[in-house]
Design a protein around this ligand. Structure first.
Ligand code: PMP
Length: 361
C-alpha cells in the first residue's frame, strides 16, 4: 500500500510508531498472555501503566503539584458540563469568550448549569480576515467565577496564541491543541481536552484542574463527572476506558522521544508555516483567517471555484491524501496538522495542491 497521509480533524491520525506497537502488543500485553483490553483496571500491572501515563503527561506539560490530572470519559463535550458543575454554583456569573463553533456549544451547555453566562466577546470579520475581538474590547464581569475560552477552534481554524490576561481563573478547551507546543499550565484553572486529536482514541478526555478551585460541586453533578471524586479514586471511580488510557500513554512516550513539547512545537510551526506560505502565495487557494489568528493545527482553505471541491477531494484521495474535506459549517478544505502528521505529509499536500492548481487554475 502506498503511503497515506490522514488530515482528518478528529478522530485524527496517531503516530505510526505507536499504532505498530499497539498492534504488536494487542494480544499479549506486557508479557501477560492477555490483551490490555481484557485486563482489570485494578490489577497492579495496569495501575502501574496508568500511573506512568499520568506521570509522563505531567512531565510533558510540567504540571505543577497543586493540579489534579484526570482521565475521564465523555470526550470534549463531556467537559462542557463538567466544568460549570464542578467549579461554579448555579447563582455564579461565568465569562465565556465566543471564539467560534466549539465555544458556542460550550456556552450553550454552561447555560444549563449557571444562571449568568456572560459572553465577553466573539469572532468577527475584519478586512484582514476573520479574527477574535481583541482583549481590549472584552466585556469582562468583575465577579466571574471563571473565564472560559477555546484557544484553537477546530472548525474555523482560528486560534488565540497568547494566554488571556484576565483576573478570573482561566478554563481552556484545548481539545485540538493540547500538547502541540510548550505551555505554562500554572496560568490556568482548568485545561481540558477530548483525546481524539493529539492524545489517543475518541470518547476519552483529560482534565487538568487546579485543586484550589474545587469546593462543593453542584449537587446534581453525576458522580463520574465529579472532579473531586475522580481525583480521590485516581480517575478510576468507574471503570476507565482502559484501552484509550493505554494508547494515550504510548503517545506520551512517543512525544517524549520527539523532544517533548519544545521539539514537537517547533515541527508544528514549520508544518503550518509551509502550508500558509504556499496558500498565501497562490492566487488559486485562500485562507480567510486574519494572519495573527491562524491556527497551527487546523488550516482551512478554499479553492478559487468551489465547483472544483469535489474533484480536489477525489484526486487528493487518489494521491493518498485523505480527510481534507472542510467542516460542513465552513465548506472548502481543512488540513489538520496535529502532532502525528509528519513534515513530509505537508510537503505531499503542497505538491498535490500545486499540481491541481496547474491543471485547474
Ligand atoms: N472542543 C473542541 C475544540 C473540539 O474540536 C471538539 C471536537 N472536535 C470538541 C470540543 C468536542 O469533542 P467530543 O466530540 O470529544 O465531545
Amino acid at each position: 500500500m502506498s503511503k497515506i497521509f490522514n488530515f482528518s480533524a478528529g478522530p485524527a491520525m496517531l503516530p505510526a510508531e505507536v499504532m505498530l506497537q499497539a498492534q504488536e502488543e494487542f494480544l499479549q500485553w506486557n508479557g501477560t498472555g492477555v490483551s490490555v483490553m481484557e485486563f482489570s483496571h485494578r490489577d497492579p500491572a495496569y495501575v502501574k501503566m496508568a500511573q506512568e501515563a499520568e506521570q509522563d503527561l505531567r512531565e510533558l506539560l510540567n504540571v505543577p503539584d497543586d493540579y489534579h490530572v484526570l482521565f475521564l470519559q465523555g470526550g470534549g463535550r463531556g467537559q462542557f458540563s463538567a466544568v460549570p458543575q464542578n467549579i461554579a454554583a448555579k447563582t455564579d456569573t461565568v465569562d465565556y469568550l465566543d471564539c467560534g463553533t466549539w465555544s458556542g456549544y460550550a456556552i450553550r451547555e454552561a447555560e444549563k448549569y449557571v444562571s449568568q453566562v456572560n459572553v465577553v466577546g466573539a469572532a468577527e470579520q475584519t478586512e484582514q480576515g476573520k479574527r477574535i475581538q481583541p482583549a481590549s474590547e472584552w466585556q469582562l464581569s468583575n465577579n466571574a467565577r471563571y473565564f472560559h475560552y477555546c484557544p484553537n477552534e477546530t472548525v474555523d481554524g482560528i486560534a488565540i496564541h497568547d494566554i488571556p490576561d484576565v483576573q478570573a481563573p482561566i478554563v481552556a478547551d484545548m481539545s485540538s491543541n493540547i500538547l502541540s507546543a510548550p505551555l505554562d499550565v500554572s496560568r490556568f484553572g482548568v485545561i481540558y481536552a477530548g483525546a481524539q486529536k493529539n492524545i489517543g482514541p475518541s470518547g476519552f478526555a483529560i482534565a487538568i484542574v487546579k485543586k484550589s478551585l474545587l469546593g462543593q460541586p453542584q449537587p446534581e453533578v453525576s458522580s463520574i463527572m465529579d472532579y473531586q471524586l475522580q481525583a480521590k479514586d485516581n480517575s478510576m471511580y468507574n471503570t476507565p476506558n482502559t484501552f484509550a488510557w493505554y494508547l494515550s500513554g504510548l503517545v506520551f512516550k512517543w512525544l517524549k522521544r520527539q523532544g517533548g513539547l519544545a521539539g514537537i512545537g517547533e515541527l508544528n510551526q514549520r508544518k503550518a508555516s509551509a502550508l500558509y506560505d504556499y496558500v498565501d502565495a497562490s492566487d488559486f487557494y485562500r485562507n480567510e483567517v486574519h494572519p495573527d489568528y491562524r491556527s497551527i493545527m487546523n488550516v482551512p482553505f478554499q479553492l478559487a471555484d468551489d465547483e472544483l471541491d469535489k474533484h480536489f477531494l477525489e484526486q487528493a484521495h487518489q494521491a493518498g491524501l485523505v480527510g481534507l474535506k472542510g467542516h460542513r459549517f465552513v465548506g472548502g478544505m481543512r488540513a489538520s496538522l496535529y502532532n502525528a502528521m509528519p513534515y513530509e505529509g505537508v510537503e505531499a499536500l503542497i505538491d498535490f495542491m500545486r499540481e491541481f492548481e496547474r491543471t485547474h487554475g
